[in-house]
Design a protein around this ligand. Structure first.
Ligand code: NAD
Length: 480
């Protein structure tokens, strides 16, 4: 086996993991760190044979794995969670190095959550088996049967968190899985395979095929033998996947981008609202659910901007591995250029720059937290996801106007609304998104539904919603 990196005592493989074994490839792609462009190694590119081998292995493993009860699967998944926990330091360093995620965030947020994703869904699956409905005519034994081979495709901004968020329910429900990691940040998904292996998951139950989306990913989602596709990523890729899935009538769950509103009503606590708005620069703005469109009541806009400026000026930008860093790098040089293009076109279109607007002196892949105002609702910068540390500011004079601005894009992922609680909740009810936080941000619970509407996605993940997707729901009807 080709070993790429030794991290925190664990060797991280650049190979695929198929049928319980590491499998190499003739083709590779070079992986560079967004922190300093250092070459981290080269990772296998999956071809048609790898895709076929992974699907065949997952199909072979399916009868035995799906034949276990949720209670029998749980010890495997508990051990999987334990093995992820044992590799916590390695997961932290890897994703900090290949995706540029803050080490502190990995340590305190992402890795504990990854462990919880596996453990929680294994536990939750125990309660799914025996729902019975009693009607006048019959007893309906509603069963959740595993669907088959699930293909899981995740983006680079949160590979470990999102992969486990999908693997947890897919495996707990009795499916076998093939994970296609993001090519810009594939390392933690590779280490996941080692954790699964050490946990004794039977060969073929969990497979990892590395490679690019256009090549390996496209082959996986086009295969008629698969039963589910769970995808998180961008809208253009989702449209492509939906077409491939449609050709075989394979159900897909699509978690996509956002352009979420951050509404600040005139009765908001400005200090809290500004402190939360500054969090939108976290992960250098590469967060799908960030509230990137600041919509602020005109009466308080000046005071809000002053409060936000004070917080933003203190943000520590730099190496994500340093304890004090609050904003790290942009994932890829191409992504930096994309951000620059958005900002320069906005400025050419008449936008006013309140701060930022260029690369940060810390390094080539660092961009300053940026705020643009005087932006038209129809402009590109308001309508399209930048996926960088770039926010826009618009003002409004009434609740109706705030809601019209909030709802005036094709996206509908999340939102934030600050104001007196009843007032903010009433406004939040009228915003058309999959979820919205009132006087808060980022509260997530594994039992709650997560997902977007409009161009932000199809379907919901979390709790029962994940199982509804990964299972075939069957009604066994016994007449009375
Ligand atoms: P992307 O769509 O370019 O890639 C996502 C994944 O899809 C990668 O693994 C990629 O290799 C794969 N892929 C690309 N083309 C494919 C194809 N033809 N067939 C199969 N797979 C293919 O997205 P990205 O740039 O990696 O991620 C950023 C996007 O993800 C943003 O739009 C962001 O908002 C979104 N996102 C959404 C959520 C959410 O929960 N809604 C969470 C995180 C990120």
């Amino acid at each position: 086996m080709n070993r790429m990196l030794d991290v925190a005592g664990f060797a991280v493989s650049p190979d695929h993991y198929i049928d319980g074994r590491r499998v190499g490839s003739d083709e590779h792609f070079v992986l560079c760190s967004p922190i300093d462009q250092a070459v981290l190694g080269s990772v296998c590119e999956g071809n048609a044979q790898h895709v076929d081998a992974a699907i065949s292995a997952a199909q072979r493993a399916f009868p035995a794995w799906s034949g276990l009860s949720a209670a029998e699967r749980k010890p495997f998944l508990d051990r999987f969670a334990d093995e992820i926990g044992r590799r916590a330091d390695a997961f932290c360093l890897l994703e900090s190095n290949d995706a540029g995620v803050l080490l502190s965030r990995m340590r305190h947020g992402v890795v504990p959550r990854a462990v919880q994703n596996i453990r929680w869904f294994a536990e939750h699956a125990l309660r799914l088996q025996d729902r019975t409905l009693h009607t006048e005519q019959a007893e309906h034994r509603v069963r959740h049967d595993p669907a088959g081979v699930a293909v899981i495709i995740t983006p680079w901004n949160a590979p470990l968190m999102l992969s486990t968020w999908k693997l947890g329910p897919a495996l707990a429900a009795g499916n076998t899985c093939i994970l296609k990691p993001p090519e810009w940040a594939p390392l933690t998904c590779s280490l996941l395979a080692d954790a699964a292996d050490a946990a004794g998951l039977p060969p073929g139950v969990f497979n990892v095929v590395q490679g690019s989306g256009a090549n390996t990913g496209a082959k996986l989602v086009s295969d008629p033998r698969i039963a589910r596709i769970s995808f998180t990523g961008s809208v253009p890729t989702a449209k492509w996947i939906a077409q491939a899935a449609g050709a075989n009538l394979v159900p897909c769950s699509l978690e996509l981008g956002g352009k979420s509103p951050f509404i600040v009503l005139d009765d908001a606590d400005l200090h809290n609202a500004a402190a939360t708005a500054a969090l939108m620069y976290r992960n250098a703005g590469q967060v799908c659910l960030a509230g990137t469109r600041l919509l602020v009541h005109q009466r308080i806009a000046e005071a809000f901007v002053a409060a936000l400026r004070g917080t933003v000026e203190k943000l520590m930008i730099g190496d994500p591995r340093d304890e004090g860093t609050e904003v790290g790098p942009i994932i890829h040089p191409r992504q930096v250029e994309r951000i620059e293009g958005f900002v320069s076109r906005a400025l050419q279109g008449g936008a006013e720059l309140l701060w930022g607007g260029q690369r940060h002196p810390f390094g080539a892949q660092y961009y300053q937290p940026t705020l643009l105002t005087n932006v038209a609702q129809a402009s590109e910068i308001v309508q399209h996801e930048v996926f960088g540390p770039v926010l826009t500011l618009q003002t409004f004079a009434s609740d109706d106007e705030a809601i019209a601005l909030a709802n005036g894009t094709d996206y509908g992922l999340g939102g934030v609304c600050y104001g007196e609680t009843a007032h903010a909740a009433a406004v939040a009810e009228r915003v058309r998104t999959g979820f919205i936080w009132v006087n808060s941000f980022g509260i997530r619970d594994l039992a709650a539904p997560f997902g977007g509407i409009k161009r932000s996605g199809i379907g919901r993940e979390g709790g029962d919603w994940s199982f509804e997707f990964f299972c075939d729901v069957k009604d066994v009807i016994l007449p009375k």
